[in-house]
Design a protein around this ligand. Sequence first.
Ligand code: C5P
Length: 240
Amino acid sequence: MSAGLQAAVPVIAIDGPSASGKGTVAARVAAALGFHYLDSGALYRLTALAARRAAVALPQLEDDAARRQQIETALAEVAATLDVRLDGEHVWLAGEAVDAALRDERTSREASQVAALGPVRAALLERQRAFRQAPGLVTDGRDMGTVVFTDAVLKVFLTATAEERAQRRHKQLMEKGLSVKLEDLLRDIRERDARDASRAHAPLVQDAAAGLLDTTGLTADEAVAEVLRRYALCALPACK
Ligand code: C5P
């Protein structure tokens, strides 16, 4: 598709903090509209996982500038050469389904570390934009509306209190038979929020054009319906 035609494809950009439920909401909005769906966080998670498998180190506080640069270059190379397939059901890395490994707490933490690095973000930029295909794209992440798809037709900043997010994650893990302490999850979520919001490259901020959607106390169905309601208003001049 030419760049001009691609720019005409509508994008709904849903950004927000960790465990806010934006992935569930974005995937269901995409299904309701028959649009493509991009979980941009999966690309950062895959970069962290692929780096671990290739024994590429993550930056450490004690690293000097030269070592740090070397590590950033190596991680950007991992991101640029990811052998990944997202088929809507599974995520494949080098031909292996890696859904479980992608979602564990270690990968979550490491994804947020690699995502703080400018060269990694740059390496993933065009790969994300390539998902913009007719009839439309719904995408979720931290910088979909602020950096990757600045011309998105609808931008939503989806959030919930840290306590509610920790509780939702706790429930999900319990359902999978995994026991994790609620207070540990809350601490991890707060740490990730702080790192995502304070980093120099593409920090998590609400775009000026993004409408806030606080899902504390809302069901997933209600949040999906609200995004669809806002999208329906996009035919009108004030699209928020
Ligand atoms: O959304 P998810 O929790 O799967 O993202 C994993 C990590 O990737 C986040 O903690 C965040 O640091 C990073 N990320 C990002 N930009 C995006 C999506 C995710 O920095 N667009």
